[in-house]
Design a protein around this ligand. Structure first.
Ligand code: 13P
Length: 240
């Protein structure tokens, strides 16, 4: 049986003071489900110190595909490992769309993370235009194949995040999520955890998590509000 996982993606939000309050509440409130927060780089030290010895893991939102060298502004996997990062988001649609990250780059980052012993949370998902054109499976396959041709998926985590559902308040229906998760499941096997992301809220989490191939969530906006994030974690726990 796959253990559920709820991952918070803080994106470019936070302050030392706000993080303190949020982390205190999450540590205090999380019960019975694996939980990770993926935070901006400057807060890794704060988060590592705050969460050490707790059941909440921490991760980053990006990394360099290179091991070291003349890459101004980039952060290497080994540096993240020094901060105790256990997870890192790879291939998030905001990296792909806003920063032009390619499938090949995302795959190289996946390999770099694995090489440092950090679990990638590898994100795939289609735009609305691609969905409307009936290309959802082709798009997520292309994104995933870039990784599978060069790496074993291993204990990495897969996240299905339809781009049209991110930050829009328009979530995929549980059935839409399940259909894509089942498709992805055929590719990565029964052991891999597949998270759903895109406007997951306290009110819709339980229905989405009740789907057989949904193993938890990747949470953006709602991960910044302790009560909402905890409610989502509780919804993940109540599944079988
Ligand atoms: P929202 O939950 O804010 O829609 O963001 C989803 C996301 O992009 C998580 O990585």
């Amino acid at each position: 049986m796959r253990a559920r996982l709820v991952a918070g993606n803080w994106k470019m939000h936070g302050s030392r003071a706000a993080n303190q309050v949020l982390l205190d509440a999450v540590v205090e409130g999380v019960r019975g489900v694996e939980c990770v927060v993926c935070v901006p780089f400057p807060y890794l030290a704060q988060v590592a110190e705050h969460l050490r010895g707790t059941q909440v893991a921490w991760g980053a939102q990006n990394l360099s595909e290179h091991a070291s060298g003349a890459h101004t502004g980039e952060v290497a996997a080994a540096m993240l490992a020094e901060f105790g990062c256990r997870y890192v988001l790879v291939g998030h649609s905001e990296r792909r769309q806003i920063y032009g990250e390619t499938d090949a780059q995302a795959a190289a980052k996946f390999a770099a993370a694995q090489g440092a012993g950090i679990k990638p949370i590898f994100c795939v998902g289609e735009t609305l235009e691609e969905r409307d054109a009936g290309r959802t499976e082709a798009v997520v396959s292309r994104q995933l194949d870039a990784v599978l041709v060069k790496c074993k998926f291993g204990d990495a985590v897969l996240a299905y995040e339809p781009v049209w559902a991110i930050g829009t308040g328009r979530t995929a229906t549980p059935e839409q999520a399940q259909a894509v998760h089942a498709f992805l499941r055929q590719r990565v096997g029964a052991a891999v955890r597949i998270l759903y992301g895109g406007s997951v809220k306290a009110q819709n989490a339980a229905a989405i998590f009740s789907m057989p191939d949904v193993d938890g969530g990747l949470i953006g906006g709602a991960s910044l509000v302790a009560a909402d994030f905890l409610a989502i974690c509780a919804a993940a726990r109540t599944k079988g």
